[in-house]
Design a protein around this ligand. Structure first.
Ligand code: IDP
Ligand code: MG
Length: 137
């Protein structure tokens, strides 16, 4: 079994989609190993998205990710990382396939409802950013 980090972003939480998105994960065979609700500080969001620090959208992304509560969770399944990316859909909702979370709910390439780790390395570091070992069951 593989683990990945999912985040319901501030737009998803505000739209009342938390339960619906969790249900989609469970119906697609993921086990929720850990979950919490937090609001990131600017500094924390900058650390989380450090890989994107030189991108033109970085400041806007940080202000979006800190504008409200988020729901990070650890998902477990076979091939959890790629499976989650499939259920999420493409970064830009215009390019996302029918039935994906971003196609159904996202407003724009920035306000795109969910985050998902993109590799085993990022999954490991992103999970430990939000959860300690005792919180993952
Ligand atoms: P991902 O979330 O699909 O992995 P990344 O390229 O890792 O996409 O980008 C991280 C986040 O930054 C995206 O989910 C989105 O919120 C935001 N983002 C990515 N590209 C753009 C852009 O071109 N304009 C505005 N925001 C963007
Ligand atoms: Mg990414």
């Amino acid at each position: 079994m593989e683990q990945t980090l999912s985040i319901i972003k501030p737009d998803g939480v505000k739209k009342g989609l938390t339960g619906k998105i969790i249900l989609m994960f469970e119906e697609n065979g993921f086990e929720i190993k850990a979950i919490k609700k937090v609001q990131l500080t600017k500094k924390e969001a900058e650390e989380f998205y450090y890989v994107h620090k030189d991108r033109p959208f970085f400041d806007s992304l940080i202000s979006f990710m800190t504008e409200g509560a988020i729901v990070p969770m650890v998902l477990s399944a076979e091939s959890a990382i790629s499976k989650n990316r499939e259920i999420m859909g493409a970064t830009n909702p215009k390019d996302a396939k029918e039935g994906t979370i971003r196609k159904m709910f996202a407003e724009s390439i920035e306000r795109n409802i969910v985050h998902g780790s993109d590799s085993p390395e990022s999954s490991k570091s992103e999970i430990s950013f939000f959860f300690n070992i005792l919180e993952i069951l």
